[in-house]
Design a protein around this ligand. Structure first.
Ligand code: ACO
Length: 452
């Protein structure tokens, strides 16, 4: 952060904007990060010109500076704190990646053990929270339960909501990373009417999650190491992805001073949407709907048809205009899992592979740079492990919690932090006078509602 502030102070380079209307020019400072595109520092633009910038969807706007994750979408690069995602996915483990995201460095052996201890000692939930689950209908979507229960944590852990205190801040981070897996497993157990299973501290993060999800009081689930490895990889691949919709939601909520549990609940709500975390669920539904490889051409045509709302789920990304490196790891892991579980000729995998092959050769997808994203193969892995589709986004949320909380912590500790408050291009009515109801013209706005 300090380099960029120094650079900005010296104002070494600038970009000139010219206003044709009044013949004035404005110099906008250019800031350079350690990698990636330079940015125009427009913080003074409104003060100097009386104008806002217009960028719906933030396609050209950096909302913050961050040291956590770097993406080069054109080259298909994703790095956390400088480490390539594939190195982390193949050689590290989820808790080590959590430490890296949170603290900026990979842990020493001693710190790794201490961190593991801290997390495992926070995996249990306040027993009172069990009653909170009972307030939900059994057929509630587990993401609805996640939003509610995570938001409710702030009512249970008052001793970690004063984030101006570094100790409370760290305890909140540890609690969220540890408890989110327990909350997710309990949401699943509740939805299928089975008793909750308590965490086991001798297991790794991913083994413990599988145990809490699949064990029964009558039958202990024996964790298969290949499945545990795949689960761990899934969590690593979802751990962070810079300023995506849910992370930006967490940062925006946090910028007002909201407590970390409430901020993560907001992030979970944002993740739920099918254009974001809900896509892995949508991919499976789509592959099932396609049903057979003989139908692929028809669905490719539907995806290309502007008048058809159908999109190829698991394809395309706001940032990646090349193969998503996470999709590559997911594809390999899907093969490993199906082989381990002796699932031969899985029809979904067969359809997915064919679909990918055809789409990657199609001019529409080539021209628009639409490649498989992380969600394209992840559903196949999760389904083979035994998760119902309604749990897929929950699993994403479990992996992403560390990214959200690391980004939240970075924001809180950033001296430049300000409440997030975008402006708008107002396009509504100009000033007009209030009219009494009997003088108003009959309008048909609610025709569809009244049906009369
Ligand atoms: N199938 C067919 N056409 C597509 C697809 C797709 N999956 N994705 C984008 N396009 C087309 C759009 O119709 C648009 O065409 P146009 O230029 O002719 O209007 C063009 O490609 C650009 O698409 P946008 O929606 O403008 O791109 P944006 O960056 O806003 O959207 C998104 C990215 C939301 C991921 C989009 O590609 C999509 O909806 N994909 C399917 C859902 C999905 O897989 N989401 C998961 C994202 S990854 C994650 O959250 C972990």
């Amino acid at each position: 952060m300090s380099d960029f502030q120094e650079y900005n102070k010296n104002n070494l380079k600038s970009f000139t904007l010219f206003d044709n209307e009044n013949g004035q020019s404005y110099d906008v400072p250019i800031i350079e990060g350690s990698e990636g595109p330079k940015v125009l520092d427009i913080r003074d633009l409104y003060k100097k010109t009386g104008m806002f910038t217009f960028d719906p969807g933030f396609t050209s706007t950096a909302s913050c500076s961050s040291e956590i994750t770097f993406i080069d979408g054109h080259k298909g690069i994703l790095r956390h704190r400088g480490y390539d995602i594939k190195d982390l996915a193949y050689h590290s483990n989820f808790l080590e990646v959590c430490y890296l995201l949170l603290h900026g460095e990979l842990p020493s052996q001693e710190d790794k053990s201490k961190f593991q201890n801290v997390i495992t000692n926070h995996t249990m939930l306040n027993e009172q929270l069990v009653y909170f689950y009972r307030g939900f209908r059994r057929d509630a979507h587990p993401m609805a339960i996640m939003v509610g229960v995570v938001g409710a944590l702030s009512a249970f852990y008052h001793d970690s909501t004063d984030f101006s205190d570094i100790n409370q801040r760290m305890i909140a981070c540890h609690r969220l990373i540890a408890k989110i897996a327990t909350i997710g497993a309990m949401a699943y157990k509740y939805s299928i009417g089975q008793p909750f299973v308590y965490p086991q501290n001798h297991l790794s993060y991913s083994e413990n999650f599988l145990h809490m999800t699949f064990s029964l009081p009558t039958n202990n689930y024996k964790v298969n190491p290949v499945i545990a490895k795949a689960m761990d990889r899934f969590f690593i691949l979802h751990a962070d992805h810079e300023q995506n919709a849910s992370t930006s939601t967490v940062r925006l909520a946090g910028s007002s001073g909201a407590n970390p549990f409430a901020c993560i609940a907001a992030g979970i709500a944002s993740l739920w949407g099918p254009a974001h975390g809900g896509a892995n669920e949508a991919v499976i539904r789509m592959l099932e709907e396609i049903g057979d490889v003989s139908n692929i051409d028809k669905y490719i045509e539907k995806a290309k048809d502007k008048d058809d709302p159908f999109r190829l789920m698991g394809f395309g990304h706001r940032v990646y205009k090349n193969y998503d490196p996470r999709a590559d790891v997911m594809k390999k892991t899907a093969h490993e899992i199906l082989e381990e579980l002796n699932i031969k000729d899985d029809p979904l995998l067969k359809t997915a592979l064919q679909l990918e092959e055809i789409a990657l050769k199609d001019k529409y997808f080539i021209d628009k740079k639409l490649y498989p994203n992380v969600d394209f193969y992840s559903g196949i892995i999760l389904k083979a492990i035994g998760f119902p589709t309604s749990m897929f986004t929950v699993l994403f949320a479990i992996g992403r919690t560390v990214g959200w909380i690391s980004q939240w912590k970075e924001m809180i500790e950033d001296p430049v932090n300000k409440i997030g408050r975008p402006r708008q291009l107002y396009n509504g009515k100009n000033s007009r006078s209030y009219e009494e109801v009997n003088r108003r013209e009959k309008k048909s706005i609610f025709q569809w509602l009244w049906k009369k």
